[in-house]
Ligand binder design. Sequence first.
Ligand code: IFM
Length: 709
Amino acid sequence: MIDFILTEKEFDKNNIPWNGNRFLIGNGYFGIRGTLEEYTKEYMCAVNMAGIYDRAGDAWRETVNAPNPLYTYIKVNGKKYALPENEPVSHIQMLDFENGIHSRKTVWKTENGEITIKCERFASMSRRHLIAMKYTFSSDFECDAEIITGIDGDVWDINGPHFVNMRTGYDDGVNYVTGVTGEKNISVTVRDTINADFNAAVESENTENGVYRHIFFKAETGKEYSIEKIAEVTTSEDDFKTQGDIADITYYGLKAEHTAEWSRIWDVSKITIDGDDEAMYALNYSIYHLNCIAPRELKGKSIAARGLSGQVYKGAVFWDTEMFMIDYYIHTEPQIAKTLLQYRIDTLNGARTKAEEYGLKGAYYAWESQDGGYEGCSDYNVTDVFTKRPMRTHFRDKQYHVSAAIVYGLMKYINATGDYDILNEGAMDMVVECARFYRSLLIKKADEPYYEIHDVVGPDEYHERVNNNAYTNRMAKFVFDTALELIEKYPSDEYDDLKIMLKDSSEKIFIRKPDENGIIEQFDSYFKLEDVRVDEVRSRLIDPKEYWGGAYGVAADTQVIKQADVVAMLSMFKDDYTSEIMEKNLKYYEPRTEHGSSLSACMYSLLSCYTNKPETAYPMFMKSAKADLIKGGKEWAGLVYIGGTHPAAAGGAWIVAVKGFAGITEEDGKLICKPNIPEKWQGMSFKLMYRNKLYAVRIDRENAAITEI
Ligand code: IFM
């Protein structure tokens, strides 16, 4: 059995931002970047809060980072030792992702000998408000040591500062920092307590935005000195209570609860792959991230595109959730999937407002959705590297496919859980409003019999304002058909007129057919664009951070696309197409796809599985599963920082493993398994929730079995 441990054995300053992502711990309520205890905001430390937003002045609205209660460093004989300033003798950073525990050990050489610090920490999975840390010092000589530990309220922000008011202080052994946001007066409070296993003199220090303890002691040669910290994070927006008083909670007691909770989660979510440890490791690492960001216990909260790894993409929710992540939750903890959908139901009014803003009907969901469905995306979402001016982009106003993604996600949930009750809880309105929205987008040329959708940005964002994007039109039809099906199932007079309109829309919307070569053109006149390959387009960049799309990006007048578009459509509607058509389109679009989005590879992989080509699917599957394990992911869109974790790629890897390689489908209310695993895999086993029952799936090279547990 392989260990689920991620290790970095040397210190490299250049890896600080990447390590912040890949060593992340989290519990859905917050995510804690994998930065080291002595780091401050320059090194992108963050306790990133799920769904708590603020807007500072005219800057972009984004999620808030809480004051950091892990801030700790050491002084020996009056001298500070910290990374990255002091070169270590040795350094190791680890993430035990089986148990959600981050640790590090660093040794420095001093004038008198070596000193060692060890630190272990976790974001409690059992009590969501809590963070625990154990910090240990030792030296191979006698010295005067001082551990400085506190709550650092001078937090890292991309578009901050968000706390316009800070209060710091201590009360009966508990230190606290409260930050109050400017836009909505939301308070975020962090409190901590310390427990030391040795005699020390403690002095407190309060600053404008932090509160610290200075712990002085005489260290004996070779002896370990540990402090244990329990910290609590709460906000004025919380809709669930804290459990217990932090002064009464012990590090080991909390750790035992936390690891028990992780083991409960893994019991359902682990996937075993026989014969390929690398794939099993990467896939389960992806699953780890999906578990760290799942909004367990949170009401009506969803997941941001960069999870809880920071404020990138404004902490906003994209189509990523319903298209790429929700499948995992549906089949492991359906309650979480329902929470994600509840967020969309709750934000329906925001989507109605957006539709109205563009003179459209129904519900046009935000491309970058924040609380209340507020659209976080600006009209100028990329900064030009040459002029340093904001560039007009059309993500906000033209990515119409977002509303359909939500209906698609809802139907995946309903089909797999049988929870039709959700329709009475607001989801029916949501579907109907999305159908009205697509109806209001349809246009008809005087002499053509069909309806078209013009002026669109499809999943391939490099080509803006195109007509009849194959993906968008097909998704619109899906929404019309879904609304019709549900209206038939739950008839109501209210929908009589709508029914006629939807039927008409579904029958007449233009769905592009494969051409004489079997290729589906991505949008009108796409084939007329310059037919070059990705490397050629890349070679035309003047600056590596240049944006490829938009009005004059290097890809805009070529057939080079950012991410799966037609291929995404084919994987979603595979039953409408023959294997031959799917294969031809894969072959056509693959050399023309930059895979400039982490959402792309899994779609190509999935479609390759559907065409019975597991070996072709494998490298793209690995690319998806390793999105956060491999350095060098895309970090810039123009001058806008877009680094962070990639939960959609993680979810996409899960979809490929389960629906692609294991070939899990639903037929007549039953789970079916038609595996097509890569040659080197000897087998797979995993569990799946389906219609309120838990199943064990066991696949080997000859057999496949699904057994109810
Ligand atoms: O939703 C995606 C989009 O499709 C490509 N750019 C990044 C977004 C967030 O992941």
